[in-house]
Design a protein around this ligand. Structure first.
Ligand SMILES: *[C@@H]1O[C@H](CO)[C@@H](O)[C@H](O)[C@H]1NC(C)=O
Ligand SMILES: *[C@@H]1O[C@H](CO)[C@@H](O)[C@H](O)[C@H]1NC(C)=O
Ligand SMILES: *[C@@H]1O[C@H](CO)[C@@H](O)[C@H](O)[C@H]1NC(C)=O
Ligand SMILES: *[C@@H]1O[C@H](CO)[C@@H](O)[C@H](O)[C@H]1NC(C)=O
Ligand SMILES: *[C@@H]1O[C@H](CO)[C@@H](O)[C@H](O)[C@H]1NC(C)=O
Ligand SMILES: *[C@@H]1O[C@H](CO)[C@@H](O)[C@H](O)[C@H]1NC(C)=O
Ligand SMILES: *[C@@H]1O[C@H](CO)[C@@H](O)[C@H](O)[C@H]1NC(C)=O
Ligand SMILES: *[C@@H]1O[C@H](CO)[C@@H](O)[C@H](O)[C@H]1NC(C)=O
Ligand SMILES: *[C@@H]1O[C@H](CO)[C@@H](O)[C@H](O)[C@H]1NC(C)=O
Ligand SMILES: *[C@@H]1O[C@H](CO)[C@@H](O)[C@H](O)[C@H]1NC(C)=O
Ligand SMILES: *[C@@H]1O[C@H](CO)[C@@H](O)[C@H](O)[C@H]1NC(C)=O
Ligand SMILES: *[C@@H]1O[C@H](CO)[C@@H](O)[C@H](O)[C@H]1NC(C)=O
Length: 348
């Protein structure tokens, strides 16, 4: 089975001297030229979309001279896209943000010229009807930190070139129809790929994403076991892997995730017992392990989880009694243990 993600971190860019970057910006501010080609690239893409005149935002997207104005307004004001709805520019007039959330866009990214946006930081296309694949040229958005392609109909593989986006911090592509996922993702803090068609396994290199706070891969077709390297994700607060085909046991290294507040591994085929290290997750509020093949007893260390409010272990093969320590869980609001074959009810 091919790995789901293929992650490596190259260190050669890490120490890129800031002064060289500043020097480049001083020497090549290149405002008008950049802006014109950005505007042209946006128009070209707009024209590739279905029914472009009917989009809720895109009417402002045009370069026609303003015939109203008899005045001295320069061409540059007409050749700039900085006033267009959904577009934000920097002080040099180059596009830094494109936000076309829920704009009724139907079409593909095939004619989007990624090379034209060297300064783009945020690209948000959430909630449209974009279909087709994510072009590998997306790697040309070299400064991108925020990419949101959620709630579209994108399909095919996530191109491994996304891994070349070394500044990427947030990547949302949930609720699409994406399949095999391959990428080398650096700097990432948020990875939302839930509700897709992702298959393959979670690679051990996931442990390299040391800045990751939110990992949401639920409702896919991911198989294999949870790599023990997940325990290296020391910033992790949310880990959602529910609704996949995961097997194997829960790695004890999970006890290292001291910031973890939500852990949901439910509706998989996870076996083995609940590691006692779960009791080290002092920030944990939600623990959903229901609908798996877990066996053994409930570790008494669960009584240490003073912040736990939701605990669901139902539909497993857990034996023994409910440890009396569960009665210490002062924050507990929801407790589901039904169908955990032969748990003796002795809750205090
Ligand atoms: C815009 O959409 C409406 C209804 O969907 C349609 O009647 C109209 O012809 C469309 N206009 C253009 C210019 O495509
Ligand atoms: C041009 O004139 C029309 C009608 O007079 C007006 O609705 C429109 O807002 C004007 N456009 C600009 C850019 O001033
Ligand atoms: C302004 O635009 C017109 C028509 O597109 C063009 O002929 C002219 O050369 C432009 N002027 C400048 C200063 O770019
Ligand atoms: C994008 O625009 C929508 C609606 O205008 C807004 O709610 C959202 O916060 C914006 N997202 C970003 C990342 O700027
Ligand atoms: C894409 O944009 C770049 C930079 O503006 C330009 O050099 C290139 O010709 C464009 N490619 C296409 C296919 O338009
Ligand atoms: C754009 O991305 C493609 C695919 O990754 C790559 O082959 C090409 O060299 C890139 N172009 C530029 C100008 O970076
Ligand atoms: C999802 O993608 C697969 C192939 O990648 C395709 O066969 C299927 O029709 C797509 N489903 C939808 C709902 O678009
Ligand atoms: C996933 O892909 C299968 C076929 O490859 C397709 O039948 C199914 O509709 C896809 N799921 C979604 C959510 O599009
Ligand atoms: C990334 O993870 C893999 C597998 O765990 C490891 O072999 C590799 O050395 C890691 N790379 C870096 C740069 O940490
Ligand atoms: C993570 O957990 C494992 C197993 O519990 C342990 O051996 C390892 O030392 C821990 N690593 C860190 C960085 O805490
Ligand atoms: C779950 O795992 C068990 C043991 O590894 C295996 O026998 C069984 O077929 C799996 N069930 C599913 C639905 O994958
Ligand atoms: C539950 O676990 C016991 C051993 O602890 C095993 O004998 C039994 O087959 C398991 N039942 C199911 C339904 O997996």
């Amino acid at each position: 089975m091919a790995p789901l993600l293929n992650i490596s971190i190259s260190s050669n860019l890490q120490f890129f001297p800031a002064f060289i970057l500043i020097l480049i910006l001083i020497l090549f501010p290149c405002p008008s030229a950049a802006t014109t080609s950005e505007a042209e690239a946006l128009l070209k893409w707009k024209n590739s979309l279905h029914n472009p005149t009917n989009h809720s935002l895109l009417p402002s997207w045009n370069l026609l001279p303003s015939y109203n104005s008899t005045s001295s307004s320069t061409n540059s004001s007409h050749s700039s896209c900085c006033q267009w709805i959904g577009i934000v520019c920097n002080e040099f007039g180059s596009v830094t943000e494109i936000n076309l959330t829920s704009s009724n866009l139907k079409g593909t990214l095939q004619y989007f010229n990624f090379s034209s946006f060297p300064n783009l930081l945020s690209f948000v296309l959430n909630g449209n009807s974009l279909y087709g694949s994510i072009p590998s040229q997306i790697s040309n958005l070299t400064r991108l930190t925020h990419l949101d392609l959620g709630w579209n109909q994108l399909s095919g593989n996530i191109p491994f070139e996304i891994g070349m986006l070394v500044c990427l911090e947030v990547f949302w592509a949930h609720n699409n129809n994406l399949s095999e996922e391959v990428g080398e993702l650096h700097s990432l803090m948020v990875l939302y790929l839930y509700d897709n068609n992702l298959s393959g396994t979670i690679p051990s290199s996931i442990g390299n994403l040391s800045k990751l706070s939110y990992l949401a891969l639920q409702e896919n077709k991911i198989s294999g076991s949870i790599p023990k390297e997940v325990g290296q994700l020391s910033s992790l607060m949310v880990l959602y892997l529910y609704g996949n085909y995961l097997s194997g046991s829960i790695p004890s290294s999970i006890g290292n995730l001291s910031k973890l507040s939500n852990l949901a591994l439910s509706t998989n085929n996870i076996t083995g017992s609940i590691p006692k290290e779960v009791g080290q997750l002092h920030s944990l509020m939600v623990l959903y392990l229901y609908d798996n093949n877990l066996s053994g007893t409930i570790p008494s260390s669960i009584g240490n989880l003073s912040k736990l409010s939701n605990l669901a272990l139902s539909t497993n093969n857990i034996t023994g009694s409910i440890p009396k320590e569960v009665g210490q869980l002062s924050s507990l609001k929801e407790l589901y243990l039904h169908k955990t074959i032969s748990v003796v009810q002795s809750l205090h």
